[in-house]
Design a protein around this ligand. Structure first.
Ligand code: ZN
Length: 392
């Protein structure tokens, strides 16, 4: 397909999304006004499915064993790449939409509905995948394991932020629950009969603190004590803590996790208590598909946006999008919805997620995502580059 046709098709899609602007803003505000936490996103999922169905998409719900997950599909005129836009829509407990997932939902729906206008002339398949429970639930990990992303060639979403960032790393993350079982006794009159489970937890924290000097500077280990005893005059017979272990590299993250487990095992040995280690989930490290990211960059810049110059190895969190990025070509760019120092999971962020600037970002993201999807469907050379790309 020649460049004029590509440009023309992009402009049709951009105009279609511009026409959807009021509907997308209304949806993002409705989700914002009815915050639903992980796996409880009944209304958000329903509204998105209704909008996709009205746009001619075939909707499957639930998918992957998650009640509030869905997949909306629209087939083009023949066989070609399958491009998926991913929609998040969960809120944070108490805070509400402090991560702007309502804008992610609006942008991915907008991209899907805008693309639908031209799919009749294109070879390929479009999907809008509803991925609940990003905030700690690892919804995409569950969907990935259930095979929901099988057959998807390209998966894309945007995330709101203070800065506009084409790509940055996301840390691999392991969640470890540690329990110690000791023996209760009167803490004053018969302490020699007790086994102190709290001491084991405290020793675990100390050993981990000793580890920090000798680990890669990108790694993070952070934990809380979830149970420390019942009364000062009883030797605690039970204690528990929850740790996140994170690192840039998946293998290194597992290595570090094993060392954290050894800290707990050593504490059990030292105190004579019994330790139980339970893995409560893992996120992989994020792999950005660079040829796909470059296409997104050109498209967002064509809308007058500029990217901030950001060190992709600094100020990192983790995301369940990472697990998708190990299965298919993926991007997870950020668009600014407020001041550059906007803190995630804050009341200021909640306000930004319902602001005019947030809505501008959502519409721009919808257009740039859709135009990038068009690049994938219309440029076979780019698609070949994307599918053969292997991230470092
Ligand atoms: Zn988020």
């Amino acid at each position: 397909m020649n460049e004029t046709t590509v440009a023309k098709t992009k402009s049709v899609v951009r105009e279609a999304i511009q026409a959807l602007r009021p509907q997308l803003i209304d949806l993002s505000l409705r989700i914002h006004g009815h915050p639903e936490t992980q796996f409880q996103e009944v209304l958000a999922a329903q509204w998105l499915c209704e909008a996709a169905e009205a746009g001619g998409f075939g909707v499957q719900k639930p998918v992957g064993g998650l009640e509030t997950a869905f997949r909306a599909t629209y087939k083009g005129k023949g066989d070609g790449p399958t491009v998926a836009f991913l929609a998040e829509y969960d809120a944070l407990p108490k805070l509400g939409h402090g991560c702007g997932h309502n804008l992610i939902a609006g942008a991915s729906l907008g991209a899907a509905l805008g693309m639908q206008q031209v799919m009749g002339t294109l070879a390929g398949t479009l999907q809008l995948i509803g991925t609940p429970g990003e905030e700690g639930g690892g919804g995409k990990v569950i969907l990935a394991q259930a095979g929901v992303f099988d057959g998807v060639d390209v998966a894309m979403m945007f995330h709101p932020s203070g800065k506009t960032i084409l790509w940055k790393h996301a840390l691999a993350r392991r969640k470890l629950f540690i329990e110690f079982h000791g023996k209760s006794a009167h803490a004053a009159s018969a302490p020699e009969k007790g086994i102190n489970a709290l001491d084991a937890t405290l020793l675990t924290f100390q050993s981990i603190n000793g580890l920090r000097q000798h680990m890669d500077s990108s790694a993070r280990i952070h934990g809380i004590i979830t149970h420390g005893g019942d009364a000062p005059n009883i030797v605690p017979d039970y204690s528990a803590s929850l740790f996140y272990v994170r690192a840039l590299d998946d293998d290194y993250c597992d290595e570090l996790l094993e060392r954290v487990k050894n800290c707990a095992r050593a504490a059990a040995l030292a105190t004579g208590s019994r330790v139980e280690l339970e893995m409560q989930g893992a996120y992989k490290s994020l792999r950005t598909n660079m040829p796909l990211a470059q296409a997104f960059k050109a498209n967002l810049e064509s809308l007058g946006w500029q990217f901030d110059d950001v060190d992709p190895t600094k100020s990192l969190g983790s995301t369940d999008m990472a697990d998708v990025s190990h299965l298919t070509a993926a991007i997870h760019p950020y668009l600014s919805i407020g001041p550059s120092d906007l803190a995630g999971h804050s009341t200021e962020y909640v306000a930004a997620a319902a602001s005019e600037r947030g809505q501008q970002a959502m519409i721009a993201a919808a257009k740039a995502l859709a135009m990038t999807a068009l690049d994938v469907l219309l440029r076979p050379a780019l698609f070949a580059e994307i599918t053969t790309y292997r991230s470092a």
